[in-house]
Design a protein around this ligand. Sequence first.
Ligand SMILES: Cc1cc2nc3c(=O)[nH]c(=O)nc-3n(C[C@H](O)[C@H](O)[C@H](O)COP(=O)(O)OP(=O)(O)OC[C@H]3O[C@@H](n4cnc5c(N)ncnc54)[C@H](O)[C@@H]3O)c2cc1C
Length: 459
Amino acid sequence: MRQVAIIGSGVAGLLCAHALVKAGHAVTLFSDRTADQWLNESRPTGIAGRFDTAVAFERELGLACWEAEAPKVQGAYLTVCPDVGNRLLTAACRLKKPGMAVDVRLQSHRWMNDLTARGGTIVIEKVTPERLDAIAAGFDLTIVAAGRADLCGLFERDAARSVYSTPQRKLAMLMTRNAPMGFDGVPFLPVKFNLVASSGEAFWVPYFHKDHGPSWSLVFEAKAGGPLDRFDGAKSAADVLRISKEVIKAVFPWDHAWARDMEVSDDLAWLVGTVTPTIRKPVATLPSGRAVMALGDTVMSLDPIGGQGANNCTKMARQLSAAIIARGDEPFDAAWMTDTFNRYWEAQGKAIYTFNNLLLEPISDAGKEILIAQYGARGVVDGPRQSIADAFAENFDDPTLLTPAMQDLGRARAFISEKMGRSWVRSAVTGRLSIAAGQLRQKLGMAPNHPFVVAGALQ
Ligand SMILES: Cc1cc2nc3c(=O)[nH]c(=O)nc-3n(C[C@H](O)[C@H](O)[C@H](O)COP(=O)(O)OP(=O)(O)OC[C@H]3O[C@@H](n4cnc5c(N)ncnc54)[C@H](O)[C@@H]3O)c2cc1C
């Protein structure tokens, strides 16, 4: 039995703690708040919507407690616009298995209580760097899963792996209720993703709120100075709601009727700010010379655009806990920590980070070709075009699948040919013709006639 300290009671720290307790290790988890404070006094650190691969680990640990009640995310419905007012194309992309987004306050509350019940120890304390050194002296291994909070700064930015040194978007998040749990015509419950290349993105995620159950969370990803960049002065959930409705009406009018009666879910459930996507070195050496290891957002902070952060935390917690268990009685030294993270990076982390960053950049030629080839898929009937759309959705669950093709036009075309069972050229031509027809219709003042865009309506 190894003695392991974990700092942080978010998804990363708690999943790792549970996996180690299940394997018979002695885990002490340090949290700056109690389970009840998580539930009643905290702001959610994010939406943390997770896909099936991540949920599978929670199932294995007996922690997928909300599967029966939480709304099932069955795919993504995208509207892609070069500029405000021009709907270039839509995509209805289905997941093979659903995902879900559970209120992290409800989750951390339950998982902390479950950890104690299963034999883990929880210490309520805001750990300082000095205290971290003292804690590390008393354990075989100390893991820092403190999110992007202060302790994160102990881990040096990895300049070779980090692509950005500044935030790429200005973010606003809000949990809401009282909007319909679906969209007219779309035959599955999607993440509704609106992309305006010149201005930024906004997406609506089916959500399980701690008090109100099935509901929606909203995220706005504004490019500075554009029409989504409106949230700077927001001081409350009510402010964010008011601005959200104004932005939806002006930039995404097809979702205006859906959002019209929306209300704030609770006064704490909002965020406005920025994230600099950053990869850090996985090991920090403390003044005493002891090494501690980073996990979750502490080592990989991602922009929320691809919904990858908590999925990444879960996958990393799974890999790290397995590595700890496999280590037996050998020491958890700095070399082991670095090697363990490097193996995660090569197997999954790099693809997750690359895919997420692709969504922050102007759409690649390869990505365009894939979206054009799927054009017309309606999420109803299986077929080659639908399988291309669905592969895009599956890449959110496992970014190792399609990310290489999204970066390379040759690979993208080979992927399209394989799915279509014939040369990519025909789908490139028919997709472009259909999209051009939609452009012409809009120029003539008509709806573009994309799948689920009802003629004559703003939907
Ligand atoms: C707007 C937004 C939307 C998002 N949407 C998604 C999504 O749909 N899907 C997805 O996968 N990811 C999403 N994410 C990212 C996701 O929320 C994070 O990646 C994830 O929650 C990070 O988990 P974590 O355990 O690493 O850190 P945290 O959730 O930050 O948890 C760490 C916790 O440790 C505790 N702590 C911190 N410092 C100390 C200390 N010194 N001492 C003791 N305790 C401490 C605090 O309680 C803190 O909350 C989103 C993020 C944002 C901002």
